[in-house]
Design a protein around this ligand. Structure first.
Ligand SMILES: [Zn+2]
Length: 284
């Protein structure tokens, strides 16, 4: 039973006591298709249905919590609680009746702050869920297992905001690269401002990553770049290991340097081909 200190507690009974425990591994955001305050959302869960989300967020940034984050809430179909006891923390956010408007700046700020807290409190990893049960962050329509019969939630505009603003904001703040906005003006030094600018604007630092692209850098760029770098490192390590083994095998042999070098080069070539197959599934 965990309650976020930044939210107003509107505890839902009997669900808060009667629903089973979960180990929260995901955070899934929704639009509720109503311009409701957090309190109005609470009243809806309490009076009109036995479903509920963990959190509700109004346009003004008013954030309410209805169920502890270690108790199941019922907003994400099979992600609410899986057979292994893990489950998703859910938030319903105020929207227009078409679910087409963007989150307000106040909503974006609260989503980021809550995401950082969930990461720190429950170790939810800083990535977008790659599969329906992969620990991380997501939005309702991201995986079909999260909706009983399909959903557009939270709408195109907010999906874009999630990928470009909210999730990168959670990552940056969790890593200490940005302060919450109310502290920024007072506490950011010119050097920090420069670092922040470099973080968001590092086309100049790494222009090859932007070849033919006009979009600003998003979280997926970081992930793709990291994956490529790791592949390259694995290849280098495999080559090094092979070289060391080949050298060790020649120790004590009465052979000339050229023979040793040839053996090492062959060992590296074999190792690198093997790694490439493992990583990319190539037939090379
Ligand atoms: Zn939804």
């Amino acid at each position: 039973m965990a309650w976020y200190p930044g939210a107003t507690k509107y505890e839902l009974q009997p669900e808060s006591d009667s629903q089973p425990a979960i180990r929260p591994t995901q955070f899934i955001v929704h639009s509720i298709i109503a311009p409701w305050t957090a309190k109005r959302t609470y009243e809806y869960w309490r009076d009109s249905t036995n479903l509920e989300s963990h959190f509700g967020l109004g346009y003004e940034g008013d954030l309410g919590q209805f169920i502890g984050t270690e108790t199941r809430a019922d907003a994400n179909a099979s992600a609410n609680r899986r057979p292994d006891g893990t489950g998703a923390v859910s938030i319903e956010t105020a929207s227009n009746l078409q679910g087409s408007d963007p989150w307000t700046p106040a909503q974006v700020e609260k989503l980021i702050a809550l995401g950082v807290w969930l990461h720190k409190r429950h170790d939810i990893p800083l990535r977008i869920c790659r599969t329906h049960d992969d620990p991380g962050f997501g939005y309702h329509r991201l995986h079909s297992a999260w909706a009983v019969s399909g959903t557009a939630c939270p709408g195109d505009t907010r999906v874009k905001q999630f990928r470009e603003v909210v999730f990168p904001g959670i990552v940056a703040r969790a890593n200490g690269q940005t302060a919450p906005p109310e502290e920024e003006e007072d506490e950011m030094t010119p050097e920090q401002a420069k670092q922040l600018k470099a973080l968001y604007d590092n086309r100049e630092a790494a222009p090859w990553r932007y070849k033919g692209k006009d979009e600003t850098r998003d979280a997926y760029d970081y992930l793709r770049t990291a994956a490529r770098d790791i592949s390259a490192l694995k290849t280098q390590v495999a080559g090094l290991s092979a070289a060391v083994q080949a050298l060790a095998a020649k120790v004590g042999d009465d052979v000339d340097t050229a023979t040793v070098v040839a053996a090492v080069q062959q060992a590296i070539a074999d190792a690198v081909i093997q790694v490439d197959v493992d990583i990319n599934g190539k037939e090379s």
